[in-house]
Design a protein around this ligand. Structure first.
Ligand SMILES: Cc1cc2nc3c(=O)[nH]c(=O)nc-3n(C[C@H](O)[C@H](O)[C@H](O)COP(=O)(O)OP(=O)(O)OC[C@H]3O[C@@H](n4cnc5c(N)ncnc54)[C@H](O)[C@@H]3O)c2cc1C
Length: 393
């Protein structure tokens, strides 16, 4: 067992850091989601910044690091890729679309036809097309199998009707992936198909929802008689649940949240060093505790990546890592808010807001991490049932 990163991994980490230092706008405060932009509106034309950085990351080959070489990837171990995910999140960098790069691409490689791989993987690797995930519905979140969206076959097309919700950055997406019921009398997870949908299809309407911080970071999507080509089903018709499970399995590596918590510790420690009135024994205790839990979470996430590289089952260790990491992220935001005192509550637009209001925003969005990609209760269920082998009551 060796707990050090290799020389090559350290070199790559430095390369990513230097790239981000060079390429990010000088006024870049940092995204608070791990991915795209709660701070899009803070710089002029933030979405353009996202797209520019995405293309540059694509040119570097960093958006396809762990994909097989025959599909334009670098065939790196997943552990090495975590170094990249970690550095991007540490700087709150735009340009990285995990739904495409980390989740859909490997699922496409497993289940896609050669035509689908040819059509979709290259633009993802070049950072040219942005994807969103549209699984949740108003009545189907944790219990995804109860979803109601329906697609009815019409020659070479499916006519899609239904409503999705909470779809992160659907307002910017070129494409979305979703599940809809295609077998008329089916129930639960049977009879669903996994679709790849062009967001420009007539009958697709996107309506952004503001999050707690007032940012339009997720959306409702309405499908009204949208005609989706049958060739855009990924995997077999009526067998989409399996495909969705594969995709969601890739979602639960949560190293990005750890990078964010490290960033909280660094920024708050720096702020306290510059503001002696905030220094106290209590604050040192709180930051030290966060630092320990961050290290635990980091090891949990690298272990999940290692299990993945070894082809070993990683579902409940991934659930443990997701649970630990997102609960820690929420606690880090709350601790930071406490340590900054009343000024910490000032909005990012207020000139007196410490750390440009970053902590206030973080506090407001941090709750979402424990809900998205499976709530903390659902993660505990996975750990109890699959990890501890407890019976369902
Ligand atoms: C920031 C954010 C981003 C998101 N992005 C996306 C996205 O891009 N695409 C997408 O499709 N969805 C997205 N979601 C939606 C997310 O997947 C759902 O919110 C989540 O699955 C929970 O579903 P729900 O909101 O319907 O709550 P519910 O499932 O109704 O849960 C309500 C409460 O009941 C608890 N509960 C439910 N079932 C059980 C059970 N079996 N055992 C114990 N407790 C239970 C839950 O833990 C929760 O506390 C996002 C959500 C957030 C917060």
């Amino acid at each position: 067992m060796d707990f050090r990163f290799t020389e090559a991994q350290e070199k790559f980490r430095q390369e990513v850091r230097s790239f981000l230092d060079r390429e990010l706008p000088s006024d870049w405060v940092g995204y608070l989601g791990c991915t795209t932009g709660d701070h899009v509106s803070d710089v002029s034309d933030g979405w353009q910044v996202f797209k520019d950085i995405a293309r540059k990351l694509g040119e570097k080959g960093w958006l396809s690091l762990f994909w097989p070489k025959e599909y334009g990837g670098q065939a790196w171990p997943f552990v090495d890729c975590l170094v990249f995910f970690e550095e991007v999140a540490r700087r709150g960098s735009p340009g990285y679309n995990p739904i495409a790069v980390k989740m859909l691409a490997p699922t496409l490689i497993d289940y896609g036809t050669e035509e689908q791989k040819e059509r979709f993987l290259k633009p993802m690797a070049r950072g040219e097309e942005f994807w969103c995930e549209a699984f949740s519905e108003p009545g189907a979140g944790s219990d995804l199998a109860s979803l109601q969206a329906r697609a009815v076959k019409d020659n070479d097309y499916f006519i899609l009707n239904g409503q999705k919700t909470w779809s992160t950055f659907a307002n910017y997406a070129d494409w979305c992936c979703l599940l809809a019921r295609t077998a008329p009398d089916s129930t639960r997870s049977r009879g669903l198909s996994f679709f790849l949908v062009d967001m420009k299809t007539p009958g697709v309407t996107v309506s952004p929802i503001k999050n707690l911080a007032g940012e339009p970071s997720f959306c409702e999507i309405f499908f009204e008689d949208a005609r989706i080509p049958a060739e855009n089903i990924l995997g077999d018709e009526n067998d989409g649940w399996k495909v969705a499970q594969s995709l969601l399995g890739y979602e639960r590596t949560s190293i990005e949240f750890i990078a964010m918590v490290k960033s909280v510790i660094e920024r708050v420690a720096g702020y306290m060093a510059a503001n002696p009135r905030l220094r106290s024994e209590h604050s040192r205790q709180l930051l030290a505790k966060l630092a320990i839990d961050t290290e635990v979470g980091r090891l949990m996430n690298y272990r999940v990546a290692w299990l993945h590289d070894k082809g070993l089952p990683a579902d409940w260790p991934a659930a443990m890592a997701k649970l630990h990491t997102t609960e820690l992220y929420k606690r880090a935001a709350s601790t930071a808010m406490q340590l900054l005192g009343l000024y910490g509550q000032l909005d990012k637009k207020d000139a007196m807001a410490p750390l440009q209001g970053w902590i206030e925003q973080l506090y407001l969005v941090s709750y979402g991490g424990t809900i998205a990609a499976g709530t903390s209760e659902i993660q505990r269920n996975i750990i109890a049932l699959r990890g501890l082998g407890l019976p369902r009551s």
